[in-house]
Design a protein. Structure first.
Length: 603
């Protein structure tokens, strides 16, 4: 029959019964121990009574002898000794009265009475001795002997012997009592230990009945949980074990749910996650890793991680792990990951050690930092641009001002130097304006003034802006005739067209021509600028519209420019709701174009 007692109640019963048995056992043992202690104290007390009785008899006898000696010699030392012995008698009698048993009280009373008589006789003799001449002492001493000897030998000494005999009888019985107490104590110990063992076994069997089997089920469930197997059915009942089993099942369900959620979180993470063994073999990967590197999970599980993250100077798997472990555990570093296509991918890489039920693993995190590398390239390009476009003009202006301030500049060179300095200042102002325009265009804060404008006006204003530069390189600008009108910000379109024409002139050979073509459609109009320059490689045709990007790094110093013109053009065209692009073939020139709506409405 299944008991409904809780484990705590069973434990309370077990502890209570054992505690009661222990208390009874300890109480009985305490009684016996106290009895043994009492007998031991009684034994010592009896021995002391015997000794005190002997001392009392000796004191009385010595006092009698001292008074006789004093009577015969009048020696003060004998008298002093007599007084000291007489003073001890009340102390000894008081101690005996306090410690003798009830049966000896009458005997002690008689002894005390006779002692009082003897003290009075000896005191009387002492007084007479002091007043009697020495020649008359003999009859007095004889009379004293006649009075003291019967009292001492006939009354006191027999009583002393009786008192001592009684105490010696008691003393002889005490060891037997002590032996009996020891035997009772030993028997109680044996019986108590036996009863304790018996009660402990019975109560443990009662307590453990129905528990061990269910605990074995709980232990088996823990093994099943570790092995990810189905758990045993829930244990029935209302005690703590049943409650613990229900909680264990709930915990297992929660762990399953947490594992699913954890896997879902890992799968949704924007970084690559790999679980690898300490020997470098991959256990599992998330989907982001597959996307970044182009592999399927089946292609990566069981593969050594050095296939994805190779080290140039290390090709042995054993040395590879010993090399990256101290460098990347708990730290973040940069790596060139190897994609399935063979391309390299710039990533941040870190390792974290963690423990699982079947051993420790390494958690590898890889983060695609390609965009950061691009930003870094842009930053480097910006620094290069600043080095040339800002420092060089400022250096020229500074040199001009230094010459003017020291008066070392000849008058005939003042005007051309001043124009050169003014040109440098204008370049700086243009650079600042470009930066401000680009920022405003990209943030949408640059206001545009839309109005009807003729295409011919835009072409004419653009031609006038670049005429001087084209004349220096003997380049002919071929402009089409057009009577088309559109709604746009004329100044901004001129800015776009001037930038495209300037780039075409910059990269065209001397004596060549730059051609502008207009393609008109019902809803839009397209501008095309064609040159006969070196052309643009395919890989640069998208990046040249980004900030600080140029086809060659030396262009900013040899050809001039900031790498901001085309990004500004792109932003202006997109503000007009249009698109911009380039078509080019290396060695045969380039053709930049942009298309915008004819009738742009202000928002």
């Amino acid at each position: 029959m299944q008991t409904r007692l809780s484990l705590s109640l069973k434990g309370l019963i077990l502890v209570s019964v054992l505690l009661i048995v222990e208390l009874l056992f300890v109480g009985s043992l305490g009684v016996l121990l106290r009895s043994a202690e009492d007998e031991a104290r009684r034994y010592q007390q009896v021995k002391e009574i015997v000794r005190k009785t002997t001392d009392l008899a000796s004191v009385v006898y010595d006092a009698g002898e001292c008074i006789k000696q004093y009577g015969g010699s009048r020696d003060p030392a004998a008298l002093q000794k007599f007084d000291g012995l007489v003073a001890k008698i009340p102390e000894i009698v008081a101690w005996l009265r306090k410690n003798v048993g009830q049966e000896e009280v009458a005997l002690l009373d008689r002894i005390e009475t006779n002692l009082s008589k003897g003290r009075r006789v000896m005191q009387l003799i002492r007084n007479k001795i002091e007043t009697t001449p020495l020649l008359e002492m003999l009859p007095l001493v004889q009379a004293a002997n006649l009075r003291l000897d019967p009292l001492l030998h006939d009354q006191l000494l027999p009583d002393f012997l009786k008192l001592r005999q009684k105490e010696e009888e008691i003393e002889s019985k005490i060891p037997e009592k002590q032996r009996q107490v020891r035997e009772q104590t030993a028997q109680l110990l044996y019986v108590g230990v036996g009863l304790n063992i018996l009660f402990a076994v019975v109560l443990i069997l009662f307590f453990m009945k129905g528990i061990t089997t269910r605990l074995a089920i709980l232990v088996d469930n823990t093994r099943r949980l570790a092995a990810k197997q189905q758990l045993n059915p829930a244990i029935s009942g209302s005690d703590e074990i049943a409650s613990l089993d229900r909680t264990f099942h709930e915990m297992a369900a929660a762990l399953d749910e947490a594992a699913r959620n954890e896997r879902a979180v890992i799968e949704s993470m924007p970084v690559g996650v790999l679980v690898i063994k300490h020997d470098g073999l991959i256990d599992s990967v998330n989907s982001r890793t597959q996307e970044m590197l182009g592999y399927d999970s089946t292609e990566l599980v069981g593969v050594h991680i050095m296939k994805l993250l190779p080290l140039i100077n290390e090709l042995e798997p054993e040395k590879y792990m010993s090399s990256i472990y101290p460098r990347y555990v708990g730290r973040v570093g940069e790596f060139k990951a190897q994609k399935k296509s063979g391309d390299e991918l710039a990533v941040e890489f870190s390792l974290k050690e963690f423990s699982l039920s079947y051993g420790s693993r390494l958690l590898a995190i890889i983060l695609d930092v390609t965009e950061r590398y691009e930003i870094q390239k842009m930053r480097q390009a910006f620094v290069a641009m600043v080095s040339h476009e800002l420092r060089t003009p400022l250096t020229g202006v500074h040199a001009f001002l230094s010459l003017v301030s020291t008066g070392r500049l000849p008058a005939e060179k003042l005007e051309p130097k001043a124009r050169a300095a003014e040109g440098s200042i204008m370049r700086l102002i243009a650079l600042v304006n470009e930066l401000l325009d680009l920022e405003k265009l990209e943030s949408g804060t640059l206001s545009m003034t839309l109005a009807p404008v003729a295409v011919s006006t835009i072409l004419e204003m653009s031609d006038q802006s670049v005429a001087g530069v084209a004349e220096k390189k003997d380049i002919f600008i071929d402009l089409p005739a057009s009577d088309t009108k559109l709604i746009a910000d004329a100044d901004r379109l001129v800015q776009v067209l001037v930038n495209l024409l300037s780039n075409a002139i910059k990269f065209s050979p001397e004596g060549s021509a730059v051609r502008v073509v207009i393609n008109e459609e019902d809803e839009s109009i397209e501008f095309r600028v064609k040159d006969r320059g070196r052309g643009i490689p395919q890989r640069y045709r998208d990046t040249i519209f980004e900030r600080f990007q140029q086809v060659e790094a030396a262009d900013s110093t040899k050809k001039g420019g900031t790498g901001l013109g085309l990004p500004i053009c792109k932003a202006i065209v997109e503000q007009h709701g249009g698109t911009i692009g380039v078509e080019s073939e290396e060695g045969k020139g380039s053709e930049f174009w942009f298309k915008i709506p004819r009738n742009l409405k202000s928002s």
